[in-house]
Design a protein around this ligand. Structure first.
Ligand code: CP
Length: 321
């Protein structure tokens, strides 16, 4: 595996989930594989889970890790070509990525979208340039349009907790006070649509009108604007807010109640409830669910280690040749 950016970088979903669960059962079984290998984690935005779980995964494999908080400690990056850098940017991504590639065997990058310019964000220009110029395998720690380590984690978590071969999985939009990226729901949808194709889940997206995700990510999903209808017989409900894709980055007022609580949960098949975290309690998801028996959010966050570890393991094996 040379890059881990989307579901397209994985040949077989069942196999990667099974390998991740084997690592969970024996975390230190490959502790020689990463010896004398350096992982660099580059953050242009905040993180708790991605930062810590990826470091833990690397340490389990015997790797050393360096973390660069580029947004706070790095030089202001220029990504455009052909510009005279006489403004606020100090270092071009061509040099910055190439230098980090000299220090590291594998790099991870987190870079959120602007939510102002749809074309620029969805072109993944920064991420693609980082991959091009660093010259080593790259893991997405969340890009403008996707969060693949989170989505692999989510598939691992669903596989662990499912009670039937093909559970009904619902991605449910939730309220928020801020405009949030579409990366997590895009990615979850992309992975669930592929899992549906492979017969692993039955996938539905519920969102208010105006909050439809790009078809690039949702093609194949059952899509509804009626939350109650989507929740009927659901085995897993994945709660997440996102801003509008169509009116890019906009947040519309929504009249109906989209906050998942125990009353709404009664419509489901005693569904397990998931969220990538961080979550705003009683705005995005009710406390009674987060603190109740149906919540998987902590187990889900815990599984971030195995998603990162299986991806790093595959990259290290390829480097070993
Ligand atoms: N879910 C997730 O990626 O969490 P962080 O933003 O804290 O890394």
């Amino acid at each position: 595996m040379k890059k881990f950016f989307s579901v397209a970088d994985v040949d077989n979903l069942k196999e990667i989930v099974s390998e991740a669960l084997s690592l969970k059962a024996a975390p230190h079984g490959n502790s020689e594989l990463g010896k004398h290998r350096m992982l660099g984690l580059v953050f242009l935005n905040p993180s708790l889970r991605t930062r810590l779980s990826t470091q833990k995964a690397a340490i389990n494999l015997g790797m050393d890790v360096m973390v660069m908080n580029m947004d706070k400690d790095g030089w202001a990056l220029e990504t455009r070509d052909g510009v005279v850098m006489n403004g606020t940017t100090v270092e071009h991504i061509r040099e910055a990525a190439a230098v980090m590639g000299e220090y590291c065997d594998i790099l991870g990058l987190r870079s959120f979208p602007t939510l102002k310019d749809k074309e620029a964000d969805y072109s993944e220009d920064l991420f693609n340039k980082f991959i091009k110029f660093c010259g080593v395998p790259v893991i997405s720690l969340e890009s403008a349009t996707r969060h693949p380590l989170q989505s692999l984690t989510d598939l691992i978590t669903i596989t662990e907790h499912k009670q039937k071969d093909k559970p009904k999985v619902v991605l449910a939009w939730a309220p928020h006070v801020k405009a949030l990226p579409q990366a997590v729901p895009n990615s979850f949808s992309e992975w669930m649509c592929r899992a549906q194709e492979e017969g692993l889940v039955d996938f539905t997206i519920a969102q208010p009108a105006g909050y439809e995700l790009s078809e690039e990510f949702s093609k194949g999903a059952h899509i509804t604007t009626n939350l109650d209808e989507a929740l009927a017989d659901a085995d897993f409900v994945y709660v997440k807010n996102w801003s509008s894709f169509k009116e890019y980055g906009e947040v519309y007022p929504v009249a109906e109640n989209w906050l998942l609580d125990n009353e709404k949960l009664k419509l489901t098949n005693d569904a397990k409830v998931m969220h990538c975290l961080p979550v705003r309690r009683d705005l995005e998801l009710s406390s009674e669910i987060l603190d109740g028996p149906n919540s998987l959010v902590i187990k889900e966050a815990s599984n971030r280690v195995w998603a990162a570890q299986v991806v790093l393991k595959r990259m290290l094996e390829e480097l070993k040749g």
